[in-house]
Design a protein around this ligand. Structure first.
Ligand code: NOJ
Ligand code: NOJ
Length: 474
């Protein structure tokens, strides 16, 4: 009996060691990959052959041609640069400042260049800054929202450094008609958020959870900036529009299916499952830290678990038991080269899930309790279940998890949940690591059968999403 329990201890110790080693490995890789991602991301900003400030989606000029300035991708990439600017100093900071100044220039130019969307919803531009007149899914009104979100963050940093003059000159002049970037985006959004738009995947026309979440955030944070800059009337107007958007966003909950649907009023475009990782991206990019569809909200958790489960069963590489490789949506046929193939897992969706788990953990810790509901129970049980090494012990925990119960921070189950979230997040990063070659290059997708990177190479958004996810880990 004694030797049995000693053997058990040995197994547990070995397991823990293996786990720590694996965790260290991940830590080392993250450090190395971070440096690579930083360089690669900066290489995509104002590369040769483009006007300054252009952020190419990818250097790939054929199969696929991503050598364009996409408003969405650029804003998300520059949001990562704002974070770098915030955390650095000296010549390093100077470098990011210059990149951001160039981004202001191209952004204003994008806003004032006549285009087929007839407004600020034009999704992409040539690398010389001119408009593209080819057929495309337009408008895409998440772009101006994401640009505003990124620049509002930058504006607050500038103001905290005493550079209010620059903010008033280029970012928010408080005038109508305005000649400043953020104010232009807010005016556009506050008057046009009801317009039909293509989704972030550029495929479906209708009303989209992702688009609306980022529009709401832009308006809310814009209202706060406007108030700061004594533009009170505008501030009220933006807030009012944000509250109207909230009513519309809530309609995305499909009680029968038990998920937040990515799109409504989309003329039945071929996505019967309604499962789409863009909902989680919308939660991440649209979070205003006030609980509105925030990461730990019950309907969000229910949706996240359904998305994870769906991809877990869909992609052959997910049979290997590490974090689930996540794609756009199960019906996806875009393989990175053409839409006649099979969709794959995406780096930015898998990294996004890592970030998501980190942020759920953070929210629960700061709240100090978890309310279990019929909606979120499966999510929490999966976290604990996936790491079941001591089944009797775990089963006791799982059995103690019932809907209607509030688990306080002092409860061992709470500790298990938060630990499970951190592990789930790391497992997602292990997934990205597994499919990243020695050179650390990140493409758009990795093949669902063999795991190799494919689609647009050096995708800016892939690097940005990785950097943002590990920023949450720290
Ligand atoms: C087709 C994809 O499905 C879509 O998401 C993408 O934006 C375009 N091709 C452009 O590459
Ligand atoms: C395809 C994606 O679906 C879209 O979101 C992105 O903007 C473009 N590629 C460019 O990266």
């Amino acid at each position: 009996m004694e030797s049995l329990s000693r053997r058990f201890c040995l197994v547990v110790t070995l397991f823990l060691c293996a786990h720590i080693l694996a965790a260290e490995d991940l830590g080392q890789w993250i450090k190395r990959e971070k440096a690579i991602a930083l360089t690669a991301l900066l290489n995509n900003i104002s590369p040769s052959g483009t006007v300054r400030g252009v952020v190419i989606a990818s250097p790939s000029t054929q199969n696929p041609n991503y050598f364009y300035h996409w408003v969405r991708d650029a804003a998300l990439a520059m949001d990562a640069v704002v974070s770098l600017y915030e955390k650095s100093n000296g010549s390093e900071k100077e470098k990011y400042y210059c990149a951001l100044m160039d981004y202001l220039d191209i952004s204003r130019r994008n806003q004032t260049t006549p285009n087929l969307s007839g407004g600020l919803g034009e999704p992409r531009f040539h690398v010389d800054g001119s408009a593209i007149f080819d057929p495309w899914g337009r408008p895409q009104t998440d772009g101006p929202a994401l640009r505003a979100i990124t620049l509002i963050r930058f504006a607050h940093l500038l103001m905290s450094e005493g550079n209010i003059a620059l903010v008033r000159e280029k970012l928010y002049d408080g005038r109508i008609p305005t000649d400043s970037i953020i104010k232009s985006d807010l005016e556009y959004l506050s008057h046009h958020w009801r317009d039909r738009t293509f989704d972030l995947w550029e495929e479906v026309e209708g009303d989209h959870f992702y688009t609306r979440m980022v529009q709401r955030r832009a308006l809310k944070e814009g209202a706060r900036l406007a108030r700061w800059l004594n533009d009170g009337g505008a501030s009220d107007w933006y807030l009012f529009q944000a509250s109207l958007l909230e009513g519309e966003i809530s309609k995305h909950w499909d009680a029968q299916a038990g998920i937040l649907r990515a799109s409504l009023n989309n003329d039945g475009w071929g996505k019967p499952s309604g499962i789409d990782s863009s909902v989680i991206l919308g939660v991440l990019h649209g979070d205003t830290h006030d609980g509105f569809f925030s990461p730990s909200q019950s309907q969000v958790l229910a949706t996240a678990e359904r998305i994870r489960e769906t991809f877990q069963n869909l992609y052959p590489i997910n049979r290997e038991f590490i974090g689930t490789a996540i794609g756009r949506y199960p019906e996806d046929r875009y393989d990175g080269y053409s839409t006649g193939g099979q969709g794959n897992p995406w780096v930015l969706a898998t990294s996004g899930f890592a970030e998501f788990y980190f942020r759920v953990a953070r929210e629960l810790r700061s709240k100090g309790s978890v309310e279990l509901t019929t909606g979120n129970l499966a999510f929490f049980k999966a976290l604990i279940h996936d790491n079941a090494h001591d089944s009797a012990h775990i089963n006791a925990h799982i059995n103690a998890m019932v809907s209607g119960k509030t688990v306080m921070a002092s409860d061992p189950v709470f500790v298990k949940i938060v630990g499970g979230l951190r592990r789930a997040a790391d497992d997602m990063l292990v997934r990205v690591k597994t499919h990243t070659g020695a050179d650390g290059a990140l493409s758009e997708q990795f093949n669902r059968h063999n795991g190799f990177m494919q689609g647009a190479t050096h995708l800016s958004w892939s690097y940005a999403s990785f950097l943002t996810a590990i920023g949450q880990r720290d």
